[in-house]
Design a protein around this ligand. Structure first.
Ligand code: SAM
Length: 466
């Protein structure tokens, strides 16, 4: 194992505790001044973020949500990116106290063969998916890097009549620079790894005597990933393990560390909240995050790191996800199944979820619901395929040009979905919506390209993007 760099170089537990302690004396006026700063799009300090985490006042909470919504709208517009997780192996040598895959849970482990992976991908393609997040437990023998690389080949090479999966993000355990390099060469999208908790004593308590036990090695995984050529990294905390306020500051410090060292921070942040799983009881976790605090945390993150995508999985209910789209969420999973081989089993009428999902809408229902709320569901994967990753994506996000690139691309993928998968209801509502949204594209030349792409799609062309 490569030697991990000292984590306390960038996650300073004492400093975070001090910031949180100071924040307790923040007045309503102090918080009002920070909200005004955010409204003026000024950068927030760690102390500002810690103070915002103290918001209790109803009016100020509304103000926080309003500003988060404005920032989201300014940067991401009304686009919402859709993806689905694909679990390929639940073999795991770790004993994470919160996870159903923990090795102390005795159940028949499963890893998909390449043919089974292709079956899963065919079902996902039949739903219209173009972007996946590959998920696996950690097991160097049963699920080594060669297996993951073969799985990526199997996914990318499985075509149906409407094309193939165009981007695969990968959520596998922390590994070496060399293995990250091999993943990069295979053409992964974002490398996703959740820190689970930035609070070292909690981390060590949650991950007993296993490969995942080493806090520093886990925390420095993105350093190695970036050294191995990975451009986009996706972070996350499993909310429910430690004090959520501590975690938000940990996320910020980690992000800044990467910005300082590599010139680019997190591409995305995911917000998983602890759910009941095999072998654990939620009662044993004293930091379960309630809905109100959860919403505030998402909104505060939107203010603190405006250009980082925020991902919300189907662990959350349809209502919660719909609400959070207004405060900052930019990517959601749709029609997810969290068991190994689950899609095929579901398609065959047999459901085998790993844990109960909170939002069980189908991709079609999701899309209709998003359009009804004025969002453009997007299956776009253009940035990654055009090499707009890492700092190149960030400079696009920071320029107003993002709307002239992403909106036409989102509309094109929606049009493609409607043609290939839409029923009469979706076709009618979707076509009307596209006609209305296309007129909002600012640049005349781009608007015209988008319109001509819609015609080309109807004539049978596919996969058109800027
Ligand atoms: N094995 C990989 C690793 O070690 O990072 C990650 C794959 S795991 C399938 C994906 C994520 O599921 C974990 O990082 C964890 O945050 C989340 N998870 C585990 N147990 C959970 C639970 N009970 N409720 C919600 N999310 C959970």
């Amino acid at each position: 194992m490569e030697k991990a760099m000292e984590s306390n170089m960038f996650i300073d537990e004492e400093l975070i505790n001090e910031l949180l302690e100071n924040a307790k004396s923040a007045t309503k006026e102090d918080i009002g001044a920070i909200l005004a700063k955010a409204e003026n799009r000024e950068k927030l300090s760690h102390q500002d973020i810690a103070n915002l985490l103290q918001i209790e006042d109803e009016e100020q909470t509304k103000e926080l949500f309003k500003i988060a919504g404005q920032i989201k709208n300014e940067i991401y517009g009304n686009r919402v990116v859709l993806f689905a997780p694909l679990y390929i192996s639940n073999f795991c040598v770790n004993e994470c106290k919160y996870c159903g895959f923990s090795r102390s849970n005795k159940f028949a482990r499963k890893k998909l063969t390449m043919d089974e992976i292709k079956d899963e991908v065919r079902v996902l393609e039949k739903m219209g998916h173009k972007r996946l997040a590959l998920e696996a437990g950690q097991d160097p023998v049963n699920c080594d890097i060669d297996y993951i690389l073969d799985a990526l080949d199997a996914i990318y090479s499985t075509y149906n009549e409407n094309g193939n999966i165009r981007r695969v993000n990968v959520n596998i355990a922390a590994t070496t620079v060399d293995e990250y390099r091999r993943l990069t060469e295979k053409g992964i999208g974002t490398y996703i790894l959740f820190q689970e908790t930035y609070h070292k004593p909690t981390y060590e308590d949650m991950h007993v005597k296993s490969l995942k036990s080493d806090y520093d090695y886990h925390l420095t995984a993105f350093d190695r990933a970036m050294e191995g050529g990975v451009d986009d990294v996706g972070a996350g905390v499993l909310f429910g393990l430690a004090d959520p306020k501590f975690e938000v500051l940990g996320l910020m410090m980690h992000n800044e560390h990467l910005e300082d060292k590599f010139g680019v921070g997190f591409h995305t942040i995911s917000f998983p909240r602890l759910k009941k799983a095999e072998g654990m009881s939620l009662e044993d976790f004293p930091h379960i995050l309630d809905d109100e605090m959860f919403k505030k945390i998402v909104a505060i993150t939107r203010l603190a790191v405006p250009y980082t995508g925020i991902i919300m999985s189907t662990r959350e209910s349809a209502e919660m996800r719909d609400e959070l789209l207004r405060y900052g969420v930019s990517q959601v999973s749709a029609a997810s199944i969290t068991g190994v081989g689950g899609y095929k089993a579901y398609d065959d009428g047999e459901i085998i979820d790993q844990f109960e999902v909170g939002d069980s809408r189908s991709a079609d229902e999701m899309i209709k619901s998003l359009i009804s709320s004025g969002y453009i569901p997007s299956y776009c994967t253009a940035c990654y395929r055009k090499g707009r990753t890492g700092d190149r994506f960030m400079s696009l996000a920071k320029s107003r040009q993002i709307h002239n690139v992403c909106t036409p691309n989102a509309l094109t993928t929606l049009q493609e979905f409607i043609i290939d998968y839409g029923d009469d209801e979706l076709t009618e509502m979707g076509e009307k919506f596209i006609a209305q949204e296309i007129e909002k594209i600012e640049r005349d030349d781009i608007r015209e390209i988008a319109k001509s792409n819609m015609i080309k799609l109807k004539e049978g062309e596919r996969d058109l993007y800027l």
